[in-house]
Design a protein around this ligand. Structure first.
Ligand SMILES: [Zn+2]
Length: 338
């Protein structure tokens, strides 16, 4: 089965032809990407169609039939109508994405919030050893990037709650205070105090590194940034930590404790088979995943054994850089129950 997956972010549209055959991992071909016009609905639609057109033409020129199109988009999505109600970081309002794509290509289109789509992609394709005939696992997916978002899949459904607002674990007021009392006092962009997103998103992690460097607590970061502390970002901190810099390792350990606290909530809320971690901060690889797993083990010094055994069920995403497009495609390869 061949479908097109489309991943719409704040600055770009990425799309690809996803080939999914029973018993083997999905293959992504005919990739295309382009800038997104965030200013108007009309411009936004045109920028999306331009990228999807390339994949569509490429597929047709190879004689491929496209069965359906799945779209993932950051923002509030009405998944019944395929309308993006409100976009994150874009001026689009009530953008009829499904309608525009169906009119142009004549195939069914499903539109979903990007974090929900990523969670679905992990449930369907994340475990290469899962038999396609076996039950869809219960998973929670946590992305740590520009923000901290959570999606969950249970019983073959995406867990949505009222108006799709379920699982915003990055915005649990006060949770960060369980790790660090000072972090518990930080006011978040959502207006609450002590959200983990406010202290552990990619930008917040970078800003912690900059602040340590400014206070003379991280000379390695000062050196790596050649004195321009604004250049310190999440990947610079994790790179130094991987190389053994003790200050960077402490920053990573602190970040890991915030993420672990969020995972502990997801574990209690959903009792999932696995928790999958994605997003830019997790791209650092083993050093960050180890810090998260240490954080979880420390939460359970003499407590629940499931937390101590987290290395078997708290995993980094295995879909890699293509997770967004593959997650979008997964929505139409196996449809979530509604
Ligand atoms: Zn918040």
């Amino acid at each position: 089965m061949r479908v097109i997956g489309v991943d719409i972010g704040g600055t770009k549209v990425a799309a690809g032809l996803v080939e999914a055959n029973s018993g083997s991992p999905p293959v992504l071909t005919a990739r295309a990407r382009g800038p997104v016009d965030p200013t108007t609905n009309k411009g936004g639609t045109a920028s999306i169609l331009e990228v999807v057109d390339q994949v569509w033409r490429d597929a047709k020129s190879h004689g491929s039939t496209v069965a359906a199109i799945g779209v993932a988009c950051a923002g509030s999505v009405d998944h019944h109508s395929g309308v993006l109600r409100r976009a994150s970081n874009m001026a689009w309002i009530d953008l009829g994405i499904a309608e525009a794509l169906e009119a142009r290509y004549g195939v069914p289109v499903t539109v979903e919030n990007d974090v929900n789509a990523a969670a679905w992609g992990e449930a369907i394709f994340g475990d290469p050893d899962r038999e396609s005939s076996s039950a869809i696992p219960t998973i929670a997916y946590i992305t740590i990037g520009t923000g901290i978002g959570t999606g969950a899949v249970e019983g073959g459904r995406i867990v949505r709650g009222r108006a799709g607002g379920a699982g915003e674990l990055g915005h649990l007021p006060g949770l960060a205070g369980a790790v660090d009392p000072d972090a518990g006092a930080v006011v978040c962009s959502c207006g609450a105090r002590g959200c983990v997103e406010a202290v552990a998103s990619g930008p917040a992690f970078a800003s912690a590194g900059q602040s340590w460097a400014r206070d003379g607590r991280a000379p390695g970061l000062v050196e790596a940034s050649h004195g321009d502390l604004s250049r310190i970002d999440a990947s610079m901190i994790t790179r130094l930590a991987t190389a053994g810099d003790t200050d960077a390792l402490q920053l990573v350990a602190r970040e890991g404790r915030f993420i672990a606290q969020t995972i502990a909530v997801a574990w209690r809320a959903y009792a999932p088979d696995v928790i999958v971690l994605g997003g830019g901060v997790m791209n650092a690889g083993d050093v960050m995943l180890s810090a998260v797993q240490n954080g979880l083990s420390n939460l359970a010094v003499s407590g629940p054994s499931r937390l101590r055994e987290c290395s078997s069920w708290v995993l980094a995403s295995r879909l890699g850089d293509d997770a967004g497009v593959i997650g979008a495609g997964a929505l139409v390869v196996v449809r979530p129950a509604s």
